[in-house]
Design a protein around this ligand. Sequence first.
Ligand SMILES: NC(=O)c1ccc[n+]([C@@H]2O[C@H](COP(=O)([O-])OP(=O)(O)OC[C@H]3O[C@@H](n4cnc5c(N)ncnc54)[C@H](OP(=O)(O)O)[C@@H]3O)[C@@H](O)[C@H]2O)c1
Length: 409
Amino acid sequence: MNKQLLNRREFYALWVTLGSSLLALSSPSARAATRTVKLPDGTIVPALGQGSASLGQGRRPEAAEEEALRTGLSLGMTLIDTAEMYGDGGSEKLIGGVVAGQRDRVFLVSKVWPNHVTGNGVARACDASLARLGTDHLDLYLLHWPSRDADLSSIVAAFESLRAAGKIRAWGVSNFKVSDMEDLFRVSHGDRCATNQVLYNLGNRGIEPDLLPWCERHGMPVMAYSPLGGAGTSLLRDPTLARIGAAHNCSAAAVALAWTIRNGNVIAIPESGLAEHVKENAVALSLTLTSDELHTLDAAYPRIHRPTVRTKCIGCGWGDAGGAASIHELGPLAPDPSQTSRILTAPGPLPPSIMSTASRCPSDSWVSPARLSAEACSKMSLPPRSRTMNPNPLSELYHFTVPISSAAA
Ligand SMILES: NC(=O)c1ccc[n+]([C@@H]2O[C@H](COP(=O)([O-])OP(=O)(O)OC[C@H]3O[C@@H](n4cnc5c(N)ncnc54)[C@H](OP(=O)(O)O)[C@@H]3O)[C@@H](O)[C@H]2O)c1
């Protein structure tokens, strides 16, 4: 194919770029051109998309959330990330309403939950997502988490069949560590993976020592989730970000996002249900931080090199240490359901022995508040460490990590 010619999506990306640039130029503070990222198949997407994990679930009136998404689209944040499990399909339904009539303008990403990958589960999950989204194809379909239910080769084969059938244009993964990526690249067509969607923000630079360079080496962009630090984050209250934002006449959120997408190999998918916030966020598409500002941010949020304490989630095994923990392995930490609910849902901080990170644990079946007892906590007797305790009562959404040595690994 003549690489000089633009395919439809490249043409659209260019159109978005030009449109957004004009918009930026007409704003009081004229900025540079919109940032884009190239996927392995040559498709160009904006470096800033929109997340939707808590949209379509009654947190705000639907009309407000729809307006937020439409505002993002009009400002060039034309990649929308969703998943079948967000609000049990509620997020996809909301997005379906927003993209109706303008499907061609949107790069639509959804995800299959790892419990749905056996047999023809991927195809069924994809059909259900397409129906909720009111479209005949996804631009990108991701495996939400590594799965213990099916091997990678069958999942890749299922993705490839969907691609051949035109139901998805590309596929990728999410929450894969380097070792998972290496396993993936060992299976047939595993190297057709378009991206890995992972936690990455200024306050959480865990992928920088290994996963980020690995993806760069393999010509694969990373998609950064929770790029603002997640719901209830303290990142946006940081005076350093506010000061840098003031110098650019923009918000701390725009600074955090501009930092995340600074290198051209990361797509950030901030979520907001408020049009005002989306407008602030969209500024990052054309915001370039100076090298002095990047140094300042590095000093405030130092790069991490190697984690000194290796941890893993007591539910799914996710963590610095990698590998999946079986219920059997973690048996000694097991749980008195009633006590655990009280601990994890009571006001106040978590017991110091438990660390939680603000991303969803896929093993709902057993890492729930009903799975960790006070006795188990005290048995772990671990040093206090920084942790994200989200006031959200749905605390079962979070990984609970312990140092691997205490997890009898
Ligand atoms: N693959 C995975 O396992 C995974 C895990 C987590 C997330 N994700 C994806 O990544 C997306 C984003 O991650 P996230 O929602 O965890 O975190 P995030 O985008 O870092 O933060 C979202 C929070 O920031 C607030 N916010 C947004 N813009 C703001 C602004 N300009 N000023 C102040 N507050 C602002 C939002 O509230 P308002 O609504 O009030 O603006 C919301 O509470 C998700 O929606 C989802 O699509 C994927």
